[in-house]
Write a protein that binds this ligand. Structure first.
Ligand code: NI
Length: 177
């Protein structure tokens, strides 16, 4: 168990595509998931992708449960999602504010598919197949983007909708990312 250093935007490792997990029984995978969990919890993140701690595997985790960084968001159960595949369920897009542990202290307005099906595997290799919407769908799209080397600022349509959290949302006491 360890809290790992989160790489920040500018590190080329965040821009590389991640490899699929091939061995679900490995000790290394189990340790990776524990480290990701501990790191996300320590930083009050809504999610974390393995490349953010320098591991180029298709593993993401997410959880929203009265998260102080997203006080108005619906709850999302703690999920480990490996080798994910995303399928938008409609053409609807919705703009929403996002932050990222790799882009600390900032928020940007990002369009995401409103309705999403995601498939993959949990840490034990059991299949996951969920259809979700809203903030849950947004978190999954953000995290899976990390597996393709995409950080949310690359998806902001108008860079005027990008700035420092404490300036964009003064007095809301949103934690640093
Ligand atoms: Ni992120």
């Amino acid at each position: 168990m360890a809290i790992r250093e989160v790489l920040k935007m500018g590190d080329p490792r965040l821009l590389e595509p991640a490899r699929p997990v091939a061995d679900f029984a490995s000790i290394e995978l189990a340790q990776l998931v524990v480290d990701m969990h501990d790191t996300m919890r320590a930083l009050d993140g809504a999610g974390l992708a393995a490349p953010q701690i320098g591991v180029g595997l298709q593993v993401v985790i997410f959880e929203v449960n009265a998260n102080p960084r997203y006080p108005d968001a619906e709850n999302v159960p703690y999920t480990v999602l490996i080798n994910p595949r995303l399928t938008p369920l409609s053409d609807a897009l919705e703009a929403g504010w996002e932050g990222c542990l790799s882009v600390p202290g900032m928020r940007g307005l990002v369009p995401r598919h409103t309705d999403l099906r995601y498939q993959g595997f949990d840490a034990a290799g059991q299949p996951i197949d969920r259809s979700v919407s809203g903030f849950h769908a947004r978190v999954v799209q953000h995290e899976v983007d990390h597996l393709h080397g995409i950080l949310y600022p690359m998806r902001i349509l108008d860079l005027r909708d990008f700035g420092f959290t404490e300036t964009l949302f003064p007095g809301q006491n949103l934690q640093d990312d």
